[in-house]
Every structure is written in structure tokens, then in C-alpha cells.
Design a protein around this ligand. Structure first.
Ligand SMILES: [Zn+2]
Length: 287
């Protein structure tokens, strides 16, 4: 009986793939575009929320790799000047704020998956800089996960990266088994970057996990810099924050302005490049 169910599921999945392939091939122009040309990536459209919340639920779907029911979250990194209602975590009797939070307690990577970046962008960042920098930012969180920065030890959380000239697509309706990083226009106004994370965020914490992450950096509305230039978003500053989400980190209380995971950034800012005490303590607790 279970074998029959498995065969039926396999057939349905094959039909799903075939229909999906036809759907993609029916879209105009993508196949003829030179995908390594800057500006040819698509616009990422996310649901608008009434209060411009930084965390948008993408609903539930089935993870194609594990067959598990998972939930999607899109976490938006807003420009500092963008107005929002404050986010304050409940106090605990006057205790010092721990200055870190998780997307969901216990929701972390329990397997190691590779990631891929299409570094093409309209703002002049070199391909090898983008790829190398994302890798370096992954290493910062992995290094901090054992609670000690710079000790040469750590935890392999996000695995190895590679580059591609293929057009990538952040998954807003269901995970596709690929962890993708690229530049595109993000529809939400004030959004510098978005990290989408799929995982199991409810139930016993020991059963929670992350199964996929995608990242989009907005090179339509913002200039980008590799050197903290005035008037431009510093790529390392923003990417180090986004990679934190990929490992399962959330935004700390709005009073924690010095943390890499603080939810707002400004042009020219570079202080998020280095993890702060709350970021390190959080990574250590999660992993
Ligand atoms: Zn964020």
C-alpha cells in the first residue's frame, strides 16, 4: 500500500514537473535574453502588508526534497528612513535585552546544502567580489556559531557556494530545492534586500528546521558599493545581515541598533559587516 502511494506521488510529481516546464517555456523572452547582462533579472513581487511588516508569511507548501510540509517567510530589510511602527520584544522584568532573536526557536539547518549566486548587477559590483563576499559573510556566521569569533573553528551551516549566469528565481510560493542569491528589483518600496526562508517553524523545537533560502538584492532602487561609499548601500553590510536570516536569525528589539541583525540600514553604513555580541550569542545558542 505504501509503495502504491509512493508510485502515485512520483507520477503526480512528474506531471507537476511537466506542467511546470510547459508553463515556464510559455513565458516570453526569458529564453532569448542574455542572462549575464545586468538588469535582466525579474522583479520580485511580494505581498504588501498593511503595516509594512518586515516579515511576510508566504504560506505553506511541500518541500520537494523531503516531502515535508513547510512554511515560507520573506524578511524585508528596509532603509532606515522608511517609516514603520516600532518593534519591541516583551521585556523580562528589567533584564538586559539579549539583542538577538530567531525566526523560530530551534528552526536551524540540520543538513548542509550548497548555494548558488548570479552576481550580475546594474551597479558595477564585480562578479568575483559579489561571490567572494557572500562566501565570506557565510563564514562569519559559521565562525561565530561556536560562540568564539576568529578561533578557526565553527559550524558548517550553509555549505559551499558557486556562481551561475543562469537566471535565478526566489521562491515565493514553494521551495524548489535550490538556495539562490541574485540582484533584481524588489517591488516593496524601501526594501534594500529580501531573504526568503522555507522551513518548519512550529511544533517541538527539536523537530523544527530550515530547508531553503533565497536572497534578492535590489539594484533597481539602490546604488551598491564594495567600499562603504556615501549614498550607496554597502554590499557586505547588507549581505552579512541577510546571511544571518539564512541561518535562522531574526531581528532583535529595535533598541539593539548596533547588532548586525538590527532591521534597518542606511547608505554608507558598514557597522553590520562585523557581528556584534548579540549576533554571536544568538548564533551560538541556535547552533
Ligand atoms: Zn532583516
Amino acid at each position: 500500500m505504501r509503495r502504491a502511494v509512493f508510485i502515485l506521488a512520483t507520477i503526480l510529481f512528474a506531471v507537476f514537473l511537466a506542467v511546470g516546464a510547459r508553463f515556464v517555456s510559455a513565458k516570453p523572452n526569458f529564453s532569448s535574453a542574455n542572462l549575464s547582462t545586468p538588469g535582466t533579472q525579474r522583479t520580485l513581487v511580494l505581498p504588501q502588508t498593511a503595516d509594512s511588516s518586515p516579515v511576510i508569511s508566504l504560506g505553506t507548501a511541500v518541500d520537494p526534497q523531503t516531502g515535508k510540509k513547510v512554511e515560507g517567510l520573506a524578511i524585508i530589510h528596509f532603509k532606515k528612513e522608511f517609516t514603520h511602527k516600532p518593534q519591541h520584544q516583551p521585556g523580562t522584568g528589567g533584564a538586559v535585552n539579549k539583542c538577538f532573536s530567531f525566526l523560530s526557536n530551534g528552526a536551524k539547518w540540520r543538513t548542509v546544502e550548497a548555494w548558488v549566486v548570479n552576481p550580475s548587477n546594474t551597479r558595477g559590483l564585480a562578479d568575483d567580489f559579489v561571490f567572494g563576499n557572500v562566501g565570506g559573510n557565510v563564514s562569519k556566521w559559521e565562525d561565530a556559531a561556536d560562540g568564539v569569533v576568529g578561533n578557526g573553528a565553527g559550524v558548517d551551516i550553509l555549505g559551499a557556494g558557486s556562481t551561475t549566469a543562469t537566471q535565478l528565481s526566489a521562491d515565493t510560493t514553494a521551495p524548489d530545492g535550490s538556495n539562490e542569491v541574485y540582484f533584481a528589483d524588489v517591488s516593496n518600496s524601501g526594501a534594500i534586500a529580501v531573504t526568503i526562508v522555507w522551513g518548519i517553524f512550529a511544533g517541538p523545537p527539536s523537530q523544527r528546521e530550515l530547508v531553503e533560502w533565497d536572497q534578492v538584492y535590489d539594484d533597481s532602487d539602490f546604488d551598491w558599493s564594495s567600499a562603504g561609499e556615501t549614498g550607496k548601500m554597502d554590499f557586505e553590510n547588507i549581505s552579512t545581515h541577510e546571511i544571518g536570516h539564512s541561518t535562522g536569525m531574526g531581528h532583535p528589539d529595535d533598541s539593539c541598533t548596533e547588532e548586525t541583525m538590527y532591521r534597518f540600514s542606511s547608505t554608507g553604513e558598514t557597522k553590520k559587516r562585523d557581528l556584534n555580541t548579540g549576533d554571536i550569542a544568538g548564533a551560538n545558542q541556535l547552533y
